[in-house]
Design a binder for this molecule. Structure first.
Ligand code: FMN
Length: 479
């Protein structure tokens, strides 16, 4: 890779394949894709003529000599389009060939090119990985707000050489310099970071909370819910045409079977009766919303801290543990799950966002802007396919470090198991209280982060639960 090949790389903002812009009356632009229309608002005549270039790419770096107001309009339109995954950024080398396509993964992404000090060693993040996607090579990271498709195969070797810290000057000397712009973009995406020899590799990541994360756990967390990637998710039946549905009941193993039906069943068990009465309800009685007293009883029964204990004195091989037990089991008595309530309708409790303080058995209001609160509750409605928003959407958030401080290899998997246990506990308590409840597996981890200000890898959603007063017809039974 020649040292000067990419000396003057340009960055272009471009519509994704299959997306087009249409000019409506009154200077309004809208984007068309997949038979959908996204209105973008009113644009000046200058911006509209610039927007026409979005199909082939509008240069955003280097910026044009004068600060044209229409460029700002185009950049804002780019951010709005990125929100829906409709734009990408092309890094084009001085030879006019594409070096990389930057694909926004998060709603607020717009590329920045921070200044790279030629004398500072850079190193690949341990969370960055290169993989084949179709016939492309894509650089990704659960920390990054964009993915980078490498168009020039030589860039992969240049990046591989950054497994060891190297300065731009060293990369140049080795013929591995991928261009200042690409280095800057990758630093901005946290796929590269400066290396401080005094601190070592991990501490140079610049975020103490990352110390407790393993690569596969952070990737699993960021990719298996919404908010930090732009991949399609949900019940898409993506493989239904290729493979028949696996049977609902496992085919029996061959050989003799011991008949259990001749033994008494559990019909006289109060616990079995509660388990069988439990079902998911997605529509609630908004004429008679859930009350604060019911919320208090539900949380008291399902989630309140029931005892505190310190085990081990730290004298042996293992450090001592401080435990705050709750009514459900938790691997290693970690009890890392926290409940946050987005309250839409509740008698006696104002609309708002609350943390359940499981020790004091109290709700603590957290300032959240109403639009974000509405978005959280609407996400719950959407996930349930319900006609109306739930009265309360509970976010089950994990304080990840409580588990990964102790466990290696399976910390995140353990957390997801705990979520299932807590969901069933909330379901059973709701059933016993004649409340409606529905578990929700997926939420927007970025939205929660923006509401609370908590970094997504410190404390964040791992499940949700909608609750409300039971509707007379028992709510809908959609899957
Ligand atoms: C982890 C988990 C995630 C779920 N996610 C959703 C969801 O996103 N939307 C929904 O409508 N139901 C969801 N459900 C509810 C299931 O659809 C429901 O439990 C299943 O259809 C069986 O019905 P039942 O709960 O009434 O017995 C979820 C359940 C679980 C346990």
């Amino acid at each position: 890779m020649s040292p000067d090949t990419h000396a003057h790389a340009r960055l272009l903002l471009q519509l994704c394949p299959g997306v087009s812009l249409k000019e409506e009356a009154g200077g309004i632009l809208s984007a068309r894709y997949d038979r959908e229309t996204l209105p973008l608002g009113k644009f000046s005549a200058g911006a509209r003529s610039r927007a026409a270039e979005l199909a082939s790419g509008v240069q955003i770096f280097p910026a044009r000599a004068r600060d044209a107001p229409e460029d700002k309009e185009i950049l804002d339109a780019g951010r709005r389009l990125a929100l829906h995954g409709l734009v990408e950024y092309r890094l084009v080398g001085a030879d006019g060939k594409d070096m990389a396509i930057i694909e926004p993964q998060m709603r607020d992404y717009a590329p920045r090119l921070p200044h790279i000090d030629e004398a500072t060693p850079l190193v690949l993040s341990r969370f960055a990985y290169l993989r084949r996607r179709g016939e492309d090579m894509v650089l990704e990271s659960p920390r990054a707000n964009a993915a980078v498709m490498l168009c020039d195969a030589r860039l992969a070797s240049a990046l591989a050489s950054l497994a060891k810290p190297r300065t731009a000057a060293e990369l140049r000397a080795e013929g591995m310099f991928p261009g200042a712009e690409l280095l800057a973009l990758l630093c901005d995406c946290q796929m590269l970071h400066p290396f401080d020899a005094g601190k070592g590799l991990r501490a140079s990541e610049g975020d103490d909370a990352l110390l407790l994360w393993e690569f596969h756990d952070l990737l699993f967390h960021a990719r298996s819910t919404n908010g930090r990637h732009a991949n399609p998710t949900g019940g898409l039946y993506a493989h239904a045409r290729l493979v028949p549905q696996p049977p609902a009941v496992r085919p029996a193993w061959p050989g003799p079977a011991i008949d259990l039906t001749k033994f008494p069943g559990a019909s006289d068990s109060a616990c079995a009766a509660l388990l069988r009465a439990r079902h998911s309800e997605r529509v609630y009685d908004d004429q008679h919303p859930i009350t604060l007293a019911e919320v208090a009883r539900l949380l008291d029964g399902a989630a309140r801290i029931v005892s505190r204990q310190s085990i081990g004195d730290g004298g042996g091989d293992e450090p001592g543990l401080d435990i705050a037990a709750r009514p459900y089991p938790s691997g290693g008595a970690s009890y890392e799950l926290e409940l946050y309530l987005a309250v839409g309708r509740c008698e006696g409790l104002p609309r708002g966002f609350y943390h359940y303080d499981a020790e004091r058995h109290a709700l603590v209001a957290i300032a959240a802007n109403d639009r974000q609160l509405g978005a959280l509750i609407d996400d719950g409605q959407f996930a349930m396919g319900a006609p109306w928003p739930p009265q309360i959407l509970i976010t089950i958030a994990a304080r990840f470090g409580r588990v990964s401080w102790k466990y290696s290899g399976f910390a995140y998997a353990l957390i997801l198991k705990h979520v299932g246990v807590l969901m069933q506990t909330l379901y059973l308590m709701s059933t016993e209280m004649n409340l409606g409840a529905c578990a929700i597996g997926v939420g927007d981890i970025d939205l929660f982060s923006r509401i609370t200000g908590l970094p997504f890898h410190v404390e964040g959603p791992v499940g949700h639960m909608a609750i409300g007063s039971r509707a007379a017809d028992g709510g809908s039974d959609r899957l």
